[in-house]
Design a protein around this ligand. Sequence first.
Ligand SMILES: *[C@@H]1O[C@H](CO)[C@@H](O)[C@H](O)[C@H]1NC(C)=O
Ligand SMILES: *[C@@H]1O[C@H](CO)[C@@H](O)[C@H](O)[C@H]1NC(C)=O
Ligand SMILES: *[C@@H]1O[C@H](CO)[C@@H](O)[C@H](O)[C@H]1NC(C)=O
Ligand SMILES: *[C@@H]1O[C@H](CO)[C@@H](O)[C@H](O)[C@H]1NC(C)=O
Ligand SMILES: *[C@@H]1O[C@H](CO)[C@@H](O)[C@H](O)[C@H]1NC(C)=O
Ligand SMILES: *[C@@H]1O[C@H](CO)[C@@H](O)[C@H](O)[C@H]1NC(C)=O
Length: 722
Amino acid sequence: MLLLLLLGAATRRCLHDETQKSVSLLRPPSSQLPSNIRSSPLTFPGSRDPQPLRIQTCHIRDPVSGGAWDPEGDGMGGESRALAAVREAAQRLQGVLAVPPVQGPLLLSRDPAQYCHAVWGDPDTPNYHRCSLLNPGYKGESCLGAKIPDAHLRGYALWPEQGPPQLIQPDGPGVQNTDFLLYVRVAHTSKCHREPSIIAYAACCQLDSEDRPLAGTIVYCAQHLTSPSLNHSDIVMATLHELLHALGFSGQLFKKWRDCPSGPSVGENCSTRQQVTRRDEWGQLLLTTPTVSHSLAKHLGVLGVSLGAPLEEEGPLSSHWEARLLQGSIMTAVFDGAQRTRLDPITLAAFKDSGWYQVNHSAAEELLWGHGSGLEFGLVTTCGSGSSDFFCTGSGLGCHYLHLDKGSCSSDPVLEGCRMYKPLANRSECWKKENGFPPGAENPHGEIYHSQSRCFLSNLTSQLLPGDKVRHPSQIPHLKEEELTGHCYLHQCTERGAYKVQLEGSPWVSCPPGKAIQIPGYYGLLFCPRGRLCQTNEDTDVTSPSMSLSTQDLLFRLSFGLAGPPGHSLGKEEGQELTEAILQSLVRRGGARRCYFHSPSITTSLVFTVHMWKPPGCQGPSVGMLHRALTLTLQKKPLEVYYGGANFTTEYSKFLVTSGHNSSMTHLGLSVVLCLMLLILVGALGTVAYQKRATLQVGPSAPYHSSELQSPRGSFGGIREV
Ligand SMILES: *[C@@H]1O[C@H](CO)[C@@H](O)[C@H](O)[C@H]1NC(C)=O
Ligand SMILES: *[C@@H]1O[C@H](CO)[C@@H](O)[C@H](O)[C@H]1NC(C)=O
Ligand SMILES: *[C@@H]1O[C@H](CO)[C@@H](O)[C@H](O)[C@H]1NC(C)=O
Ligand SMILES: *[C@@H]1O[C@H](CO)[C@@H](O)[C@H](O)[C@H]1NC(C)=O
Ligand SMILES: *[C@@H]1O[C@H](CO)[C@@H](O)[C@H](O)[C@H]1NC(C)=O
Ligand SMILES: *[C@@H]1O[C@H](CO)[C@@H](O)[C@H](O)[C@H]1NC(C)=O
């Protein structure tokens, strides 16, 4: 888990695992000390209810460099910068993750393999496996180079063959009001020295009895904290990335994730997950837990397809999302600066699936990359085919997909040959006024750099003499070669997904997504991106319904009329896209798998029809149930689909009568009754399933309750029996 800054490339790469692998994960010990010596916090009723995650930070000064590595004489500045970033990241996570609060002060464990040289080896003696000989060289516990204060640690004792122990060190007072203890080091470690581009790295060191991370360390490489190329937001985001590794998003910890029944409390009645990762038939490593799969499918617009989320190929383990698919997520290996990084819903889904946290999903920031792009998106085999405008081919100039920056079409090691428009090394930010032209400078493309400017693909040019206006552009030599490239223009959102643009000296011109427009005073065209600018979370809204249904045994038909903008007529291609948009809304609404829906179509008079049946291998409720559920929800809340700058809404007045039913009104009434029955039935089934699960989940007690001394590492390392 190293965060690397590839200098000059404007990308920061996070290596991982190497650090975590060098750290042993300690779990709380069994009763090393008699219970009258150990502090044993009481558990109160309701104490398992999740509360916002309390991350306590503890700055550990390095004994060796002691903050002395300080070439600019600004070491203190670096430390306060780091601590401010850690506090902000921790505060942000409080609104995102919740855990059953640690009761009483948090006390960390000591590693018997460190303090103990030998244990009693005779199973028949009362102190079997307890420490019989201390390690004279024991120097206390540390976590990734941070020495843990004795005050944070449990005590330890030396045991005679029989009888009570001799207490060497009592339990420390521990840390109050803390669920996760983060040690912070600012140093110039050998790792920082070897890889000058590393900003920070982190590892988790201690787990609780349910394997939830309890403590870890983040190490900042000192020189980057005083570098002007990283601002506070960048360091906060980098810290958040490292913190998320230490809290559970790590190849070393995936296998410890828990499967917990969903309920008001988390971390109760959980079992270790059977499978968290697997390789697909092409060898791609996937994180396959249910919330992650669902969240990715929703993101790609293929709800119902069970996808695992691809992980970056980083050796035997992987702790990052595959960048081809999840560009811009906080947990990809290449960190692209705070502004281009999101705490995305798929990463939050992973924390839900860890079983350790309750997750506030509304804290997720939408990921634009690949949104709604379907199953084929981001594959090495499809990214160069031109089927998705998130990727590019060649090496031309265009716009970064967020349209904040101009970009050049390029690749990097984690894109595995796929190419995307990456921000230029210099002056690529459209939103930075400083990048603009000085007054009076030549500005042939009419660019405006402003906080509200965005990058647009265009070949607009204004270099015309007054007399040229009557001539055809092709007759003007310097206009002939104008290629489409990224340019910065002012934009202003007019409504969801719609906007207008302005160039130097031009009026505001409406820019319909997906269309190319002309600008008065300029030659050439400007392309208005679709689905990238002026997006909000809402994509459907309410007015009133219209539908009709035909229920035969296995084949259902769902058909409804839509109201579109007045005088709207559909072209063939538009019809196909609209059909797809409606179907996606419908699938989302039903929370159903795509595999139920077949041959969707739409007529020029905006009647949408789709057949529904359940092919073999399609998992979920019966098609009848789904059909009725959809019917009910469409009555309650009509479908509104936004497409091509217009709203299409299911309409009550465009009621359809389908074969076999001459009165749609009676049919509708009937279906309402069916739905009510259905809801009751589902409710009852839910109860049965819940009770069954609760009985099944009562398992044997966990091994840490056993009276034997168990090495948290699963082996005794340096300890021998006597
Ligand atoms: C969940 O996240 C939202 C958005 O960040 C925030 O407004 C809200 O307060 C959070 N809820 C909790 C319980 O922290
Ligand atoms: C950091 O820089 C980004 C853009 O580079 C800017 O939007 C943000 O306001 C800056 N944050 C701070 C705290 O300076
Ligand atoms: C956990 O199991 C206990 C009994 O074994 C049961 O009373 C409790 O309701 C279960 N909790 C959850 C969240 O399922
Ligand atoms: C970027 O700017 C620096 C300093 O202004 C300059 O030396 C360098 O050549 C520029 N690089 C590019 C790719 O334009
Ligand atoms: C701008 O690009 C369009 C489409 O590629 C092309 O038809 C047009 O001739 C170009 N205009 C200029 C002024 O280069
Ligand atoms: C589409 O619907 C939304 C919400 O009902 C509304 O705000 C917007 O103005 C509508 N847009 C058009 C083009 O009708």
